[in-house]
Design a protein around this ligand. Structure first.
Ligand code: SF4
Length: 379
């Protein structure tokens, strides 16, 4: 019943079986660790003050490592340095407190960071679940709940593959999903259709490497197609004229801009994005300055040529006859989620931990596919 040639991918968040009010935030853990570091530095500043007039000052402890052993060592070194000095009783008390508590606390933070594994949060009752904003009530008000981001690829209302992502963004979930698809079927689909949530340079590159034609939108796709004003806006950096032969970008006044270097960014998945930076030669006194830019000095424009190339290709594909058909099919994956969540009322997992939740989602997918099959066969 399935060709396995074309897949439509989308994600939906399903609440975890976890307490909504007991969470650990990555930012808080990082902040607590930084606070201990700051306090250690303050204690060291106190030591340095006491040694101000002496020729030999003790060596500064290592404040960078910030693991339990390093902090224990740093406290010992501070204590050693203060051994024969008349010390303020409050500092002594603080050092006693630090010795007793900080290494323990740092071990706790290390444990939490291991569980976070780069995520911004986790639930204490299901540490594999991450807090995600979910579209919940009929007014569209989002709520932060512990959840899993279920990724499903479908063909004709059947679920071909599903994976569970532990981060709310769909962008970073595509690669794992396709890799799992490859393992399951021993080959990739010929095409993949997905919405703008997946349209990153990293994903376009990856699909190309896997030989999959990506009918994948990017952020401004709809605006590019429908917004004539935007398309023709002479000040928009995407619309500036570029001469490939001479590698020259021209500002809206038609003046060549200077290439001033590259800008690099690494994604969470380790993909290196590279942009080229161009600077206008002299914006002062330019009559176009008002609508052109708000920066203080000369205008700087960032161009990622690889991403531009991918977006152009994606647009061509999406606007082709085949692309228009594929976009219509994108709704099928939403219908699948609708069936599971609205019709079947499955909005929260019953089990905890990603392994068990993966099995539970598998049962849901099998049930959905069997129902679909029986409808097609016996209707
Ligand atoms: S303000 Fe600067 S970048 Fe803009 S058109 Fe004038 S010279 Fe060119």
């Amino acid at each position: 019943m399935l060709s396995l040639k074309e897949a439509v991918l989308d994600g939906t968040k399903i609440e975890a079986n976890a307490n909504r009010y007991t969470f650990v935030w990555g930012k808080t853990v990082k902040g607590n660790r930084e606070r201990i570091k700051e306090q250690l530095k303050q204690l060291w500043a106190y030591v340095e003050k006491l040694y101000e007039d002496e020729e030999q000052t003790p060596n500064e402890p290592d404040f960078e490592a910030m693991d339990p052993e390093a902090v224990e060592r740093a406290i010992e070194e501070i204590n050693e340095a203060l051994k024969d000095k008349e010390t303020d009783p409050k500092t002594r008390q603080k050092l006693r407190y630090a010795k007793k508590n900080w290494p323990k606390k740092l071990a706790e933070y290390e444990e939490k960071e291991k569980l976070l594994n780069g995520r911004n949060s986790y639930s204490k009752t299901d540490p594999d679940a991450t807090f995600m904003r979910m579209k919940e009530d009929h007014l569209g008000n989002g709520q932060l709940k512990p959840a899993y981001n279920v990724q499903a690829s479908t063909e004709g209302h059947y679920i071909l593959n599903y994976t569970l992502a532990q981060t709310p963004a769909d962008t970073s979930a595509l690669k794992d999903h396709i890799e799992s698809y490859l393992k399951k079927y021993g080959g990739a689909p010929e095409s993949l259709t997905a919405d703008a949530g997946y349209g990153s340079e990293e994903n376009y590159e990856y699909l190309g490497e896997r030989g999959i034609t990506g009918f994948v939108k990017y952020n401004w796709f709809h605006k590019d197609v429908t917004d004539k004003k935007r398309r023709e806006d002479p000040f928009l950096s995407d619309n500036l004229r570029y001469d490939e032969e001479t590698d020259t970008l021209y500002c809206p006044a038609g003046k060549p801009m200077d290439y001033i270097g590259d800008k690099e960014r690494t994604s969470a998945g380790g993909y290196l994005q590279r942009s080229r930076l161009y600077k206008a030669v002299n914006c002062r006194g330019c009559p176009m300055r008002g609508p052109c830019h708000k920066a203080e000095g000369d205008r700087v424009v960032e161009r990622n040529f690889n991403l531009i190339k991918h977006r152009r290709r994606a647009r061509e594909l999406l606007e082709s006859e085949e692309g228009i058909e594929k976009r219509k099919k994108r709704m099928t994956v939403e219908a699948v989620f609708g069936n599971i969540k609205q019709n079947k009322g499955f909005r929260r997992f019953n089990l905890r931990g990603i392994e068990k939740v993966t099995t539970e989602m598998g049962l849901i997918a099998i049930a959905h596919n069997l129902q679909r099959f029986s409808k097609a066969r016996f209707a």
